[in-house]
Design a protein around this ligand. Structure first.
Ligand SMILES: [Fe+2]
Length: 243
């Protein structure tokens, strides 16, 4: 176990700019609104691509040669009233990298009673399943955009128990250590974001557009992995989001 650590310059300059520009084009109403925490959330190919492309960095950071990507989520907190209850994750979040994409205020995140302040393009590495993490109430009308990147060892149930994985779709799976207000949110993100028509062809086009956007900064093999993951993903087809 390592202490939580801040990783500087997480994305390259082009990566960062591309990712910020990409998410700016996605309006709040195209995402799922997490009313309890006052944030908009999204499971999408760009965050998934970043997840995959940072595999080696994650392995180095956590000192594991075997960890694998599980899922990624983009999250846009829009205050006032945004918050994150004290909790441990109850999903495939053994290893977590919380990337601050951009923000209009520095809003501390706490891990195991220690405060961390992130700037744009800094990521906080910690153990989402084992370490309590939270944020205090955001009292101002500010915006903080994050990408949560999660990894786990190959023997994690995520990789073997697809049924359980499916059950987690669309939920924020927390062990809430402050209260029993465990969130129950129906999933509704992916379809609206993936495409605004029922046409299968359009869905593919939209997906390819996403891949096109990000192929400026990742290896072609990684693009293929993303396409394969999402094309074959039951959860993607079901508009699944993992939070
Ligand atoms: Fe969490």
């Amino acid at each position: 176990m390592i202490e939580p650590a801040i990783i500087e310059n997480f994305l390259g300059n082009l990566e960062l700019k591309t990712a910020i520009d990409y998410y700016k084009k996605i309006s709040n109403d195209a995402m799922h609104y997490d009313d309890a925490r006052k944030r908009y959330i999204l499971n999408d190919p760009v965050s998934h691509t970043i997840l995959i492309s940072k595999l080696e960095l994650a392995r180095k950071t956590f000192g594991s040669d075997t960890l694998l990507p599980t899922y990624a989520v983009y999250s846009r907190y829009v205050g006032p009233g945004s918050n994150l209850e004290k909790h441990k994750d109850d999903n495939a979040c053994t290893y977590t990298l919380d990337l601050c994409l951009d923000q209009t205020i520095q809003w501390p995140i706490w891990v195991e009673d220690k405060e961390y302040i992130l700037d744009s393009n800094q990521a906080l590495a910690y153990y989402g399943n084992d370490q309590e993490h939270w944020r205090e109430n955001l009292e101002t009308s500010d915006t903080v955009s994050m990408i949560f990147l999660h990894y786990a060892e190959p023997d994690h149930w995520w990789f073997s128990n697809k049924e359980k994985r499916g059950k987690f779709t669309g939920r924020h799976n927390h062990h809430n250590t402050n209260s029993d207000t465990k969130s129950k949110r129906p999933f509704s993100v992916g379809k609206r974001v993936l495409v605004k028509t029922d046409s299968e062809i359009m869905e593919k086009v939209y997906l390819d557009e996403n891949i096109y956007i990000i192929k400026n900064f990742i290896h072609p093999d990684d693009i293929d992995k993303v396409l394969i993951d999402f094309k074959d993903s039951e959860n993607w087809e079901k508009n699944g989001v993992f939070i």
